[in-house]
Ligand binder design. Sequence first.
Ligand code: BTN
Length: 247
Amino acid sequence: LGKNIVYEESVKSTQEIAQKLSYEQKPEGTLVVADEQTGGRGRLGRPWQSPKGTGIWMSLILRPEIPLQKTPQLTLLAAVSVTKAIYKVTGLHAEIKWPNDILINGKKTVGILTELQAESDRVHAVIIGIGLNVNVTVEDFNEDVRKIATSLKIESGNETKRADLIAAILEEIEVLYREYLNKGFGLIKLLWEGYAHSIGRRIKVRTASQQLEGVAKGITDEGILLLEDDNGKVHSIYSADIEIPGT
Ligand code: BTN
């Protein structure tokens, strides 16, 4: 992974660049990295602040031959890999909040956005966008974001070299991706549950159609969250925002 690198100083969004590359221009493992994004995208159509030179704003392209419904597993794989890489490089313990936020001391440090290029059930490319606040300072965040977001520098007091962290992330993804292709999702699911901040805790879930409250039980083999409500009924959550009361 990362043998083919597309580096840009300033782009609207590395996701957009990754999508626009032709399939010949983006073999498996192609990485699009930028120093700054002027229109970084978050999940659910939200913007993602990506100030110049202070974070990792990148999109990794994978081209696995897997059915469409298994692609969320790759987002979880990426979240585990980034969490491990952060620990290796900085010693900071991060936790994963379903589906794909990474928190340090309860505040968001990393966001992951996976987008697909597919035709009916055939996956052509999985574009895993990773936004990691590395040396971002409190002043770089706007008022609203400040309350909920942090960076490696804010948490550790030290600057981290972005290139070192990118290399560590790619190394971790490479190991787990090979495991995934050879043996499936089993180990990654276990690792994910080990790093997960919400499993076993009481959470509130807001989906497009309903609000639910209960205990997060775990994830399924497809990466779907299982929530047990107070009547003991288990709900499968495909996509939602979760809130952990008291954090
Ligand atoms: C989220 O938590 O909402 C996901 C944020 C994903 C941000 C990254 S930064 C690199 C890539 N390019 C984008 O425009 N978004 C992703």
